[in-house]
Design a protein around this ligand. Structure first.
Ligand code: KG4
Ligand code: ZN
Length: 345
C-alpha cells in the first residue's frame, strides 16, 4: 500500500511517500526547513511559518511523488498531522490534504504529531516490544508516555514550563548565537569542560515526576553574569558544555527512574533533541548497563518529518478500519492532548 504523508505543524514543510504491507520502506521525502527564514528573529514567527507552508506544500508534494516514481493515482491513503502545533501552519496542511482527499477520493488519516514522534523509531526497527516507555523531547514537548500496546497508553510526565529544546534555543538566543540552539550546543560540546559548572536538578515541590527546565536558563545566565563570562571564551564553552551535560543527566535520570517504576520492555527516545549526540550516548550507555532495550529514532527522523506521519497513518488505518476517514469537518488543534490513538480516529 502506498501512503502519502504531510507534516506542517511547525517550521518544516514535509511530504513523504512510503510503502507499507509486504514491503516497508520510505520511498521519497521532500522537506523544506524554514530555519533560515526564522533565524534572524531568534525563534519561529508563526505568520512566516504559515505563509511558507502555503508557498511550498504543493511543490514538495509533486517533488515527493516524482522521486517515488508514483502519481497521485497510485496513492491509497493520505496521512496528515492534525495537531498539536501552530494552528496557522497546521491549517495549511489540513486544507491542502482535504483538497487532495476530495479530488482523488482518498481516505485521510489524521495523526497526532507527538504520537508520530513515538512512532519514528519503528521506521527502521519494526520489532519494538510493548509495554514501552517513550521520552519525546523536542522544541515543543518534553513528555514521558507509557504504552501498554500500540494505541493504548497515557502521559506519565510532562514539562511544567519550557521544553528541553526550547530552553536550549532560549539560552543560545540570549547570547545572540542564532537559532535553533540545540544543534549549536551539540557541535561545540567537545570544546568545553562539561564538569566545570554545577547545576541543581529540579524536583517538583509536590513530589510529582514532571519535568521543569526554566531554572536551567536562569542558572546559565546567572553563572555567566557572576563570572563575567563572554561568548567565545573558554569559560563560555565550559558553561555551554556543563549546561548540555546537566540537561542530559536530568533527561536520562528522570526517564530511567520512570522506567524502573513500571513494567517496561522497551525504551523509545525521539523528537528533535534526541538527535543530540551526548544524549544518545548517555542513554545507550545507561540502558546497556540495565539491560533495557533502547530504540532511538534515526537522526533524520528525530526532527520533524513526514515519514513518521505516513508511518503512523498506516498503522492507524490498519488498526481502526471502521473509522470515518472521509470526514471533511476535521479541524486542527494547537495543544497537546495525548490519548494514544483515541483522538481523531
Ligand atoms: O522535533 P522538532 O523538529 O520540532 C518540535 O516538534 O519541536 O525539534 C526541534 C528542537 C529544537 O529545539 C532544536 O534546538 C532541537 O530540536 N534540536 C537539537 C538538535 N537538533 C535539533 N537539540 C540538541 N541537539 C541537536 N543535535
Ligand atoms: Zn516535532
Amino acid at each position: 500500500m502506498y501512503i502519502l504523508g504531510i507534516e506542517s505543524s511547525c517550521d518544516e514543510t514535509a511530504v513523504a511517500v512510503i510503502e507499507r504491507g509486504v514491503k516497508n520502506s520510505v520511498l521519497a521525502e521532500a522537506i523544506k526547513s524554514q530555519i533560515d527564514l526564522h533565524a534572524p528573529y531568534g525563534g519561529i514567527v508563526p505568520e512566516i511559518a504559515a505563509r511558507t507552508h502555503y508557498e511550498t506544500i504543493d511543490r514538495l508534494t509533486r517533488q515527493a511523488l516524482s522521486e517515488s516514481g508514483l502519481a497521485m493515482e497510485n496513492i491509497e491513503v493520505l496521512a496528515l498531522t492534525l495537531g498539536p502545533g501552530l494552528v496557522g501552519s497546521l491549517l495549511i496542511g489540513l486544507a491542502f490534504a482535504k483538497g487532495l482527499a476530495l479530488a482523488h477520493a482518498l481516505p485521510l488519516v489524521a495523526v497526532d504529531h507527538v504520537e508520530a514522534h513515538i512512532e519514528a523509531p519503528f521506521i527502521s526497527q519494526p520489532q519494538i516490544a510493548y509495554p514501552l516507555l517513550a521520552l519525546v523531547v523536542s522544541g515543543g514537548h518534553t513528555s514521558l508516555f507509557y504504552q501498554e500496546e500500540k494505541f493504548v497508553g497515557r502521559v506519565i510526565a510532562k514539562t511544567r514550563d519550557d521544553a528541553a529544546g526550547e530552553i536550549m534555543d532560549k539560552v543560545v538566543k540570549h547570547f545572540h548565537l542564532g537559532y535553533p540552539g540545540g544543534p549549536l550546543l551539540d557541535s561545540v560540546f567537545e570544546k568545553g569542560d562539561a564538569k566545570r559548572f554545577p547545576f541543581t536538578r529540579p524536583r517538583m515541590s509536590d513530589g510529582g515526576g514532571d519535568f521543569s527546565f526554566s531554572g536551567y536558563k536562569s542558572a546559565v545566565l546567572r553563572l555567566a553574569q557572576e563570572a563575567g563570562i563572554q561568548p567565545g571564551s573558554q569559560d563560555f564553552f565550559d558553561l555551554l558544555a556543563s549546561f548540555l551535560n546537566a540537561l542530559a543527566d536530568y533527561l536520562v535520570g528522570m526517564t530511567l527512574e520512570a522506567a524502573a517504576s513500571l513494567p517496561v520492555r522497551s525504551l523509545i527516545v525521539s523528537g528533535g533533541v534526541s538527535r543530540n549526540r551526548l544524549l544518545r550516548q548517555r542513554f545507550s550507555r545507561e540502558c546497556a548497563g540495565l539491560g533495557l532495550p533502547l530504540f532511538l529514532a534515526e537522526p533524520r527522523y528525530c526532527t520533524d518529518n513526514a515519514a513518521m506521519i505516513a508511518w503512523l497513518g498506516y498503522e492507524k488505518y490498519r488498526a481502526f478500519p471502521q473509522a470515518n476517514y472521509f470526514d471533511l469537518t476535521l479541524n486542527s488543534y494547537s495543544r497537546a492532548s495525548f490519548r494514544a490513538g483515541s483522538r481523531h480516529r
